[in-house]
Each structure stands twice: as structure tokens, then as C-alpha cells.
Design a protein around this ligand. Structure first.
Ligand code: SF4
Ligand code: SF4
Length: 468
């Protein structure tokens, strides 16, 4: 006997056409005819018993192969759990290095504590040892270093020397080395192209908070960090002008209630400057400014709702059209593929080193000492006052969304995997319920887009189908 998969969804097309989607396999199947809608209804009922003789032979094969029907005794959740744990072990090694907690700009929503902490030359040996251990445990031959801050380029000398040491280790051991960087775009050395090349930076994320007026107001130079030359907006724009010729650039556009009107004019500015048609065309990433951390709870007053944000992303996609790529953080390829990788915080062999030498699972925790999961060797003695290992380490090791009370019975699980694990750790119910809302609101539109079907904005998936 068979039964319908609990991860089936259906989008109605014109006339008798229905598009089926299975969130566990990512399969899409178009059906039509007088029985199509009734069949789609049946396939949404995972408790029904079906038999291959209910369908013609060829169609049975299509349903089975696409995962729309499964054997009566099979455990679909178990398959997702196995996939999740495989991904945790296999996700590439990312070593995130917070060169400094300092930043020259003061953004109103920034959750990070400014402190004099920074990584020092004396930490480099421990960091290279850590990289060796991570790479060797992963059994992979690749290392990805992500330079992070504060503003990582405020500790440029450390970055250059640590980069050299890490590259030397990798080339000696036959390990493939790449680096990326997250920056506000104002502290770069003048030899941008050489800097990118000697530090093997294949990708940089440069953030904007609007057009010049909003950006400069929101990203003002902090006390003790004098503005030298151009405003923060002009410096970041001029940097992207050059970066698009030598590295992959993610242009992140932070949106909230007050700067949303800048989104489309900003895309037009990017087009006018040739960023979409450059040697390395930018990837445009609209990002919703939200309450990332309990320290910025006031953000609730400024953040856009999930619906408002999604409507703006739709406008951005229309404006960019086929000229470039707009990346949505939940469905980066514009299609809800079943997840096969985890964020760096869950990857067994990835770690974040804070500017204080403490190790964290997630970059957004840097500076929250009580969330640390370890310390690099060069800081062991210094840190005896900090209670380590923290209880969080075992929480991260054990986190499994397929066992979480809500996620385990949710039909979005294979494409969501519980969303951001940090939100689970912090018990942030608001953010977790927004995650479900996001998929109820958008999944059918993603499927529709892939199948060339216009899904009206008001069509949403009811909660009864999410938890069927
Ligand atoms: S939508 Fe919500 S309940 Fe479903 S898997 Fe994601 S976080 Fe869990
Ligand atoms: S825990 Fe959340 S914020 Fe941290 S890396 Fe993972 S998804 Fe991102």
C-alpha cells in the first residue's frame, strides 16, 4: 500500500491544470484533466491509503519517483533526519575570524558591543592550528576563511599576516583556500585589486542602508573615527565600482520601515553604474532589518512585516528583471529546494573566533561571552575567569529540528530545517512563528514562478496544511 507524502503541496493553474510540489524531493509535476483538482486534494491527505492500481501504470511511476506517494510503512521524517545529520558533517569548513569588535560607523540597529578586543599577531599560530584541526576532522581538502567584525579592515595588519599564514599552511598541505569578507566599505586599502588578489578574497559583502541621505545618516562616523574624505555612502559606492572587476560582490541592502522608498532608486543607481553587467555582476540581497538579538528589541518598531518585506523583494526582482540576480535569504536560487546544507553555526567543522579569542558557533553571538563554546589556545590563560565550556556547546551539538515539537510535524521542514537555530536556542517565539508565516505566504508563489503560473498575493497556505 501507498500513502500520500506529508510534504506535498499543490498550485492551481488555469482551467484544469495543477502543479504538484514535494518539499522533500523538490519534484514538480504538472497534471491536468477533469480529475486533477480532486487528485491534488487526495495527495494532501497523508493518512489516506492508496494503491498503485488506483492510477495508470506510467502515472504511478511518476508519482512514486517524485516522492508524491510513499510506501505505507516508510518514515519520511527519518529520511530528513538522516539528510540533516549528513549535512552537518559534510558542510565545508568555514573559519570565521572576527579581527576586531571595533567599527568606525555607528548604525542605529547594530547589535554588537563595541569593545577594544581584537585578534593579535600572537593569536595567529593558534588560529592556524585550529584551521588544521578543523580541516583534518572534516576529511576535506578545502578551507574557507570569512573575515568578520566589527569592521574587519580596521585590523588590517592582522588580517594580512593571518591570511598569509593560513595560505601558507594550505598550500603546503595541498588544501584549497578561499576567503570572503563582510565590510562597510570605508576602510579598504588603496590597492583594492591587489588586496583582493593577495588575500584570495573571492567574495565580499558590502552593506548599504539606502541612498546617500539615509545611508550617511544611519551609517555615521563614530566618535574617535574621523571621516577622511568622502561620506560612508560615496566610499562604499566607489569601492563596489572597483570590486565588480575583481571579486564576487554581494550588495546587501538593509531595509526597514523608514528607508524602504530607497530600494528601487538604489537598484537604478546600481544599473547606471554598471554593477549588473560588470565582469563579476553583483548579487543584490535585500535584507530585512529585524530583531537579530535580544539587545535590539527596539527594532520591532522599525522592522517590516514578513509580507511587506516580501512585497518589496518582488518589486526588486521586477526592477532587476533578467539583468541581474536578486537573492532571497530563504530561497537563494528562487526555488525552494530541499535543504542539503546547514548554516556554518551547525556545521560540525566550522567555528567563529571572536575578537576576544573566544570560540562561538554563530557570528551573531560574538561578544556575548556567555554564549561562547571554547577559547583559542593563545588566550587560554587570559580567559580562566570565563566559565568554559559553556552549556551551549552541547545544545549546538544536539540541535535537531526533526525532533523539535513543532518542526517535526511541519510540512515545510525539508525546505526550512527549523530556520535559524539561534532563534531556537534563545526561544524567540516571535521569530520562529514568522518563519512559518514566511513559507505559508510564499511557497506557492515560488512553485508558481517555476511553473509559469501567477499565484495571487492573497493565496496563502493554511496552518492546517502546514501541520497536517
Ligand atoms: S516553518 Fe516553523 S515549524 Fe516549520 S520547520 Fe520552519 S521553523 Fe519549524
Ligand atoms: S545560527 Fe542563525 S544567524 Fe547564526 S549562522 Fe545560523 S542561520 Fe545565521
Amino acid at each position: 500500500m501507498w500513502r500520500p507524502s506529508r510534504y506535498n503541496f499543490a498550485v492551481r493553474g488555469i482551467d484544469d491544470e495543477v502543479v504538484l510540489f514535494n518539499a522533500s524531493t523538490g519534484s514538480v509535476l504538472k497534471i491536468d484533466g477533469v480529475d486533477a483538482k480532486e487528485l491534488a486534494r487526495v495527495l494532501m491527505e497523508p493518512r489516506l491509503e492508496l494503491s498503485s492500481v488506483d492510477f495508470d501504470a506510467q502515472f504511478s511511476v511518476q508519482l512514486k519517483r517524485g516522492g508524491f506517494v510513499v510506501d505505507g510503512g516508510s518514515d519520511e521524517l527519518l529520511l530528513i533526519r538522516e539528510r540533516y545529520w549528513r549535512a552537518r558533517g559534510e558542510t565545508p569548513v568555514v573559519l570565521t575570524l572576527t579581527t576586531t569588535m571595533d567599527c568606525n560607523l555607528g548604525c542605529y540597529y547594530c547589535y554588537e558591543e563595541r569593545s577594544p578586543s581584537k585578534l593579535k599577531f600572537g593569536d595567529i599560530e593558534s588560529i592556524v592550528d585550529l584551521a588544521k584541526r578543523l580541516v583534518s576532522a572534516s576529511k576535506r581538502h578545502a578551507l574557507h576563511v570569512d573575515w568578520y567584525g566589527g569592521e574587519p579592515l580596521l585590523n588590517l595588519d592582522f588580517l594580512e599576516l593571518a591570511s598569509k599564514a593560513l595560505q601558507a599552511y594550505c598550500s603546503g598541505a595541498g588544501i584549497n583556500y578561499v576567503a570572503s569578507l563582510i565590510s562597510n566599505g570605508t576602510q579598504w586599502p588603496s590597492d583594492i585589486e591587489d588586496f583582493v588578489s593577495r588575500n584570495r578574497i573571492y567574495q565580499a559583502q558590502i552593506s548599504f542602508d539606502g541612498l546617500q541621505e539615509n545611508h550617511d545618516k544611519r551609517r555615521h562616523f563614530r566618535k574617535g573615527h574621523k571621516q577622511l574624505g568622502d561620506s560612508s555612502f560615496c566610499q562604499a559606492v566607489k569601492l563596489v565600482d572597483r570590486l565588480v572587476n575583481c571579486a564576487k560582490v554581494h550588495v546587501r541592502f538593509n531595509i526597514d520601515r523608514d528607508n524602504q522608498g530607497d530600494l528601487i532608486p538604489f537598484i537604478r543607481l546600481a544599473r547606471a553604474r554598471g554593477w549588473f553587467g560588470a565582469a563579476f555582476p553583483i548579487i543584490f540581497q535585500p535584507a530585512r532589518l529585524a530583531t537579530y538579538s535580544s539587545k535590539v528589541k527596539f527594532m520591532r518598531n522599525y522592522e517590516l512585516s514578513v509580507d511587506e518585506y516580501e512585497a518589496l523583494c518582488g518589486q526588486a526582482r521586477n526592477e532587476v528583471g533578467s539583468e541581474g540576480r536578486v537573492e532571497d535569504s530563504q530561497a537563494p536560487n528562487g526555488f525552494p529546494l530541499p535543504r542539503t546544507s546547514v548554516c556554518a553555526a551547525l556545521a560540525t567543522n566550522s567555528i567563529v573566533v571572536g575578537a576576544d579569542g573566544l570560540k562561538y558557533r554563530c557570528g551573531l553571538q560574538v561578544g556575548e561571552n556567555h554564549r561562547a563554546v571554547g577559547v583559542i589556545e593563545s588566550r587560554q590563560i587570559e580567559k580562566t575567569g570565563v566559565e568554559l565550556p559553556a552549556t551551549d556547546a552541547s545544545w549546538w551539538d544536539a540541535f535537531d529540528p526533526t525532533r523539535a515539537p513543532n518542526c517535526s510535524r511541519c510540512s515545510f521542514l525539508p525546505i526550512c530545517w527549523g530556520g535559524c537555530p539561534k532563534k531556537h536556542l534563545e526561544g524567540d517565539q516571535h521569530a520562529l512563528s514568522e518563519q512559518g508565516q514566511y513559507w505559508r505566504q510564499n511557497l506557492l508563489r515560488f512553485i508558481g514562478r517555476a511553473a509559469n503560473i501567477e499565484v495571487p498575493a492573497e493565496t496563502i497556505i493554511p496552518e492546517s496544511l502546514q501541520f497536517r
